[in-house]
Structures are given as structure tokens and as C-alpha cells.
Design a protein. Structure first.
Length: 373
């Protein structure tokens, strides 16, 4: 279908040194020198070149190399990918180019070279600075490896994000708090905090059903999120999205694209593409259409996603959406009454309670235009 230009590009690198106990992402543990990785990267390079020829990459403003563990595939393959990107689109400093990396595969050469090849934002999968928690999660690195990786990355990058995990069974408040404090001491510019979810088809799920792992506890997770919010805000971080904190100027533009209805192109196994025009939005993954939304459903989705962000949803967008969603104003007013959202400075914004009860908040908004989300 005729569609708006893609403005965000995601490349999926589905390889890791080992699988973590909680992971249900599309990735595989594989030897670093496997020809499978070479073939995959060659295919990815061809796909990037093809999309460039088709004129699909001319408006890309953000790039994200995610996984899996992109840093695991090594410098020569990453160089090939980044060089291909530089030939295929405008890879200038104003284009945010993020790459995910895990501490055990970060070294000085990698940092120096990916920076020189155009990566300007590094997202490190740290999860915790507590070695017992890291062992429980099945991570391939220690807390010391994570510290070393951050310090090493800071030689070139000022835009460094780390992921931390909250509400892990057996993770004390003290352990979680000291991980956040350690991140602050190290001076990273962005922190994402995810509560652990135990997904089926993971070792954690097997442990859970055998009674060897306690289930996650919503109250503990909410408490950890509150600890993080307090500490990070005291240190000048803004919680700009339910799980994302940034120092001023360091919000992730690529992730913001996902939350603000910006069309994105995903290349590689399991990478989602979102394509849209005025009346239709589709998401496509591995050649299959996974979502096909009409105009009313698009507005409901945009408002739902906007409620993940502290900026919320502008009056202007609500006014436009209300033409397609007749019960929108009534629903927003009811959500205000129940304390899930508030209206201030010409926008409807989630409250702390709205974020804590996210499923209820997001569900009610999506219900305004029922469909296959
Ligand atoms: S490093 Fe990330 S993608 Fe790889 S197995 Fe662990 S959680 Fe999954």
C-alpha cells in the first residue's frame, strides 16, 4: 500500500553467547565463529541495500541495532553492517544510531571502531550489579564486567544507556537500590528499568512450575519502581516513559518513535515493521501481517502509547481522535476521576497510579476501537 516514509530503522541480530534464564526473545546461543552468523549478516546487508534502492531509507532519523547481542558478532561483521548503513542512508551525527551490547563482549577496540563507524548511543544490558542476581538470571557477565564495560564505553560515548531489572524473585530492596546507586555513581545518561516477567518457554518458567523459583510479586515490583523513580529523579533524571529515565537531552529518540506513531522498518528475523497511511496501519513480522488497523484503531493505539510517556497526549491529538472515537472524552474524564490520568498544560498525562495499573489504563483506551491489537 502507499505509505508514509519510514523514519526509524531496526536491525535484529539474533545471536548470543548463551541464553539467559528469563529470555524469550528471538535469539540463539551460537559459537561466535559460526558461518551461520556470516550468512545472516550477508543477508541483512543485501536487505539494507535493497531497501535503499527502493528509496525506503531516505527519511531515516534513528537506527537501532538490537538483539540478541549485537556486540557478540564481533567487529568485522559489525563493520560490514555499519559501512553498509553509511552507504545506504544519511548516517550523520544528528541521526541517532544505537547499538545494544553486553558487558562481556565490550572492549576498547569495539568501542573505538563502532563509534568511528557512526554508532553514537550504546545500550548495555547490565540488569543488576549484584553477582548473585546475575547468576540467578543466567547472565554471561559479572557486576565487575559491567562496570568495566561502562567505563570503557565512556572513553568515546557520552550517550550510554543501561538496562536494570526489578522485582526478581530473591532480589532484596537493598540489592535493587544499590544497583541503581551504582549506575548513578558510574554516570550513565539513560537507564531503563524493567520488572521481570516470567515467560513460557524459558528456564525460569520451568523452575517456577517445579516450585524451584518463586513467582514475581506485583507489590515488590511496584516498590522497586518507586525506589528507582525517587533515586533517579533526585539525581536529575526525568522519567519520560513508564520504564525509561534520562538526563536532559538523552531520551532515546528511536524508542520515542515507537510510542508516537512514527513508521519504522525492521530488518532481520522477527523484526517488526510498522507501515501506515492516513487510513490504515499494518505491522508485519517475518512476512506475516500481525496487526491491521483502521483509522479509529490507529488513534486508539496512538493515545494508548502516548499514555506510556510522561508528556502524555496533546489536546490537539485528542480532538482529532475524538472524531473517530465518539466515547474518547467520556473515557478520559472517567480515567481522570479514577486517578489514572490527569489533564495539565494542554495534555492528558498518566499519573503514577496510571502507570502502576498500566494494563487497566491501556486496555480501556484500546477498547474504544475494538480489534485485533
Ligand atoms: S543476552 Fe539478551 S537476548 Fe541474549 S539471551 Fe540474554 S536476555 Fe536474551
Amino acid at each position: 500500500m502507499p505509505h508514509e516514509p519510514y523514519r526509524a530503522l531496526y536491525l535484529h541480530i539474533p545471536f548470543c553467547v548463551k541464553r539467559c534464564n528469563y529470555c524469550d526473545f528471538a535469539t540463539q546461543a551460537i559459537e561466535a565463529d559460526s558461518p551461520v552468523i556470516d550468512e545472516y549478516i550477508e543477508q541483512l546487508v543485501l536487505q539494507i541495500r535493497q531497501k535503499a534502492k527502493e528509496g525506503e531509507l531516505g527519511h531515516i532519523e534513528t537506527i537501532y541495532l538490537g538483539g540478541g547481542t549485537p556486540s557478540y558478532i564481533g567487529l568485522s561483521r559489525l563493520s560490514m553492517l555499519l559501512y553498509t548503513l553509511s552507504l545506504s542512508l544519511r548516517l550523520e551525527p544528528d541521526v541517532e544510531c544505537s547499538m545494544e551490547a553486553n558487558p562481556e563482549s565490550v572492549n576498547e577496540h569495539l568501542i573505538r571502531d563502532i563509534w568511528a563507524l557512526g554508532v553514537n548511543r550504546l545500550s548495555l544490558g547490565v540488569q543488576s550489579f549484584d553477582d548473585d542476581i546475575l547468576a540467578l538470571l543466567g547472565r554471561a557477565h559479572s557486576a565487575q564486567d559491567a562496570e568495566r564495560a561502562i567505563i570503557c564505553a565512556q572513553e568515546r560515548f557520552d550517550n550510554i544507556s543501561i538496562d536494570l531489572m526489578a522485582g526478581i524473585p530473591g532480589q532484596s530492596d537493598e540489592s535493587f537500590k544499590s544497583s541503581v546507586e551504582r549506575a548513578l555513581d558510574l554516570g550513565v545518561s539513560h537507564i531503563s528499568i524493567y520488572p521481570l516477567t516470567i515467560e513460557q518457554n524459558t528456564p525460569f518458567y520451568q523452575q517456577l512450575i517445579r516450585g524451584k523459583l518463586a513467582d514475581t510479586d506485583d507489590d515488590v515490583q511496584a516498590h522497586h519502581m518507586q525506589i528507582a523513580e525517587r533515586l533517579l529523579q533526585e539525581h536529575g533524571f526525568e522519567r519520560y516513559e513508564v520504564a525509561s529515565y534520562a538526563k536532559p537531552g538523552y531520551a532515546c529518540k528511536h524508542n520515542c518513535a515507537y510510542w508516537t506513531g512514527v513508521p519504522y522498518l525492521g530488518l532481520g528475523v522477527s523484526a517488526a515493521t510498522m507501515t501506515q497511511n492516513d487510513s490504515r496501519r499494518m505491522r508485519i513480522q517475518d512476512g506475516q501481517v500481525t496487526d491491521d488497523l483502521n483509522r479509529a484503531q490507529m488513534f486508539a493505539e496512538d493515545i494508548m502509547l502516548g499514555m506510556r510517556m510522561s508528556a502524555g497526549v496533546s489536546d490537539g491529538l485528542v480532538e482529532q481522535a475524538a472524531r473517530e472515537l465518539p466515547k474518547l472524552t467520556e473515557t478520559l474524564t472517567s480515567l481522570v476521576r479514577r486517578g489514572f490520568i490527569e489533564h495539565s498544560n494542554s495534555a492528558w498525562k498518566p499519573t503514577e497510579m496510571g502507570w502502576l495499573c498500566g494494563n487497566e489504563l491501556y486496555g480501556e483506551i484500546l477498547d474504544l476501537a475494538p480489534g485485533d491489537f
